[in-house]
Design a protein around this ligand. Structure first.
Ligand SMILES: Cc1cc2nc3c(=O)[nH]c(=O)nc-3n(C[C@H](O)[C@H](O)[C@H](O)COP(=O)(O)OP(=O)(O)OC[C@H]3O[C@@H](n4cnc5c(N)ncnc54)[C@H](O)[C@@H]3O)c2cc1C
Length: 395
């Protein structure tokens, strides 16, 4: 047996039979063919930042830590090819040398690009889609061990399925992403009372390229974070106290390093329902949970996209994330809030805590059955499935 594997927050632990670290596409393909011959299950792990057991296996765990770097650049189309184990930070540092940038990042940049895409990882911005929307092509070793190449132009449905696919279609060995010209950004953080923030919420969301709001239950204060290309968006927030200001490339000013570990549940609700859902969550936390939960609640906006399993499928969304210190009780807290999100037709973040199973998930995703058909064609023997995926897919 290999050593015990533990995710970032510490709540997913398991001991795989083997951990393999292929250093080439050929070596990876051999592993898939061997797993197929041995009738073994194979899970692909990224940076291990998900807190659902997406990568859990007692069989073969494949790490892509040796598959890193930019492998191609089509300057006229602003398209870049990368190996899947390139982290968001490494990708951003490489892209800046090409005068390009990702269109957005999440709160951190430690995730591998393929891992972030796999769960629909997103940042915040009224017009900005989740990160997987960058994927316009890929090479992938499927469940038969065949190496396939897909492009958005020739295989649009396949790309829509692959963008958010939880590692269930096959192993992506190369990603082609759509990037943007690099720009300098100004990021500012303000502190103010929550009622003031809510009174200005619409304006904050609509005027800034990136905006998010942290609510702190103990103090009932909020932190407002805006980030815009220099000279665009709100220049100042007159109703808040400026606490931080930073200028630089997007990847220098947007993501943060998180020293303190936490568990998190996050739901995407329809954009219009965001403020009401947040008010209800805030009320419930103040009434029942504030004495043992001091951790923040994060409010973000994400534009609609068309990936089959994207939590933002066909609807502009607000995400509301609740956090709890990783060493403290989180289940009671999350269990009490989850029905509120569900009542607003919420879709859970695939990589964060939730309790939904196939019957409920199926109702939330119009292309659910089509995705499962594609999945079956790609992996007829189910070598890329584990117990968790079987449970959420209802297989
Ligand atoms: C501190 C912290 C901050 C976070 N901030 C945000 C945030 O701001 N926004 C947000 O949306 N989420 C956020 N998340 C969640 C995180 O972005 C997701 O869980 C993400 O999927 C983790 O990426 P990873 O590289 O760790 O991949 P893993 O968690 O290891 O894997 C995720 C999925 O991708 C699949 N996968 C990985 N590589 C491949 C490949 N090559 N081919 C096919 N499938 C593959 C895996 O099998 C798995 O199903 C945060 C998590 C943490 C711990």
């Amino acid at each position: 047996m290999a050593e015990e594997w533990i995710n970032w927050s510490g709540s997913v632990r398991f001991t795989p039979e083997k951990i393999k670290k292929p250093d080439s596409e050929t070596a990876l393909q051999k592993l898939v063919l061997q797993a197929l011959a041995d009738k073994k299950q194979l899970r692909i792990v990224g940076a291990g930042h998900s807190s659902m057991p997406l990568v859990k296996t007692d069989q073969l765990l494949v790490s892509q830590e040796k598959l890193k770097g930019i492998t191609g650049f089509e300057e006229d189309k602003l398209r870049v090819k990368l190996l899947p184990g390139t982290s968001i930070r490494e990708a951003s540092e490489g892209l800046i040398k090409l005068n390009t940038s990702l269109h957005n990042t999440g709160d951190i940049d430690m995730q591998y690009l393929a891992g972030a895409f796999g769960t629909g990882t997103h940042g915040s911005g009224r017009k900005l889609k989740n990160l997987s929307s960058m994927l316009v092509g890929c090479r992938l070793v499927d469940g038969r061990g065949d190496l396939k190449t897909y492009t958005l132009e020739e295989h649009p449905e396949m790309i829509r399925a692959a963008r958010v696919s939880l590692g269930s279609l096959g192993f992506m060995t190369e990603l082609t992403i759509q990037v943007e010209p690099a720009q300098q950004f100004l990021r500012k953080e303000y502190c103010t009372h929550t009622d003031t923030s809510l009174a200005h919420l619409h304006e904050l969301i609509e005027t800034n390229r990136m905006f998010d709001l942290y609510w702190y239950p103990r103090s009932d204060l909020t932190k407002l974070r805006i980030c815009n290309p220099v000279g665009e968006g709100m220049q100042d927030i007159p109703f808040g106290d400026l606490v931080k200001e930073q200028e630089g490339w997007l990847y220098e000013v947007l993501p943060r390093f998180r020293y303190l570990k936490y568990e998190e549940m996050e739901y995407a609700v329809p954009f219009e329902a965001g403020p009401e859902c947040f008010r209800e969550i805030r009320k419930r936390i103040k009434e029942k949970h504030r004495h043992y939960v001091g951790w923040r609640v994060l409010y973000r906006t994400i534009a609609a996209d068309d990936a089959c399993l994207s939590p933002f499928y066909n609807r502009d969304s607000v995400t509301i994330a609740v956090l709890q210190n990783h060493e403290l009780e989180y289940k009671k807290y999350f269990d009490d809030l989850e029905p509120i999100f569900r009542a607003y037709d919420g879709r859970p973040h695939w990589g964060k805590k939730h309790t939904l199973k196939a019957p409920e998930l199926k109702q939330l995703y119009p292309e659910w059955d089509r995705f499962l058909e594609i999945r079956k064609q790609m992996d007829p023997e189910g070598i890329f499935l584990n117990d968790h995926l079987k449970e959420i897919f209802g297989l």
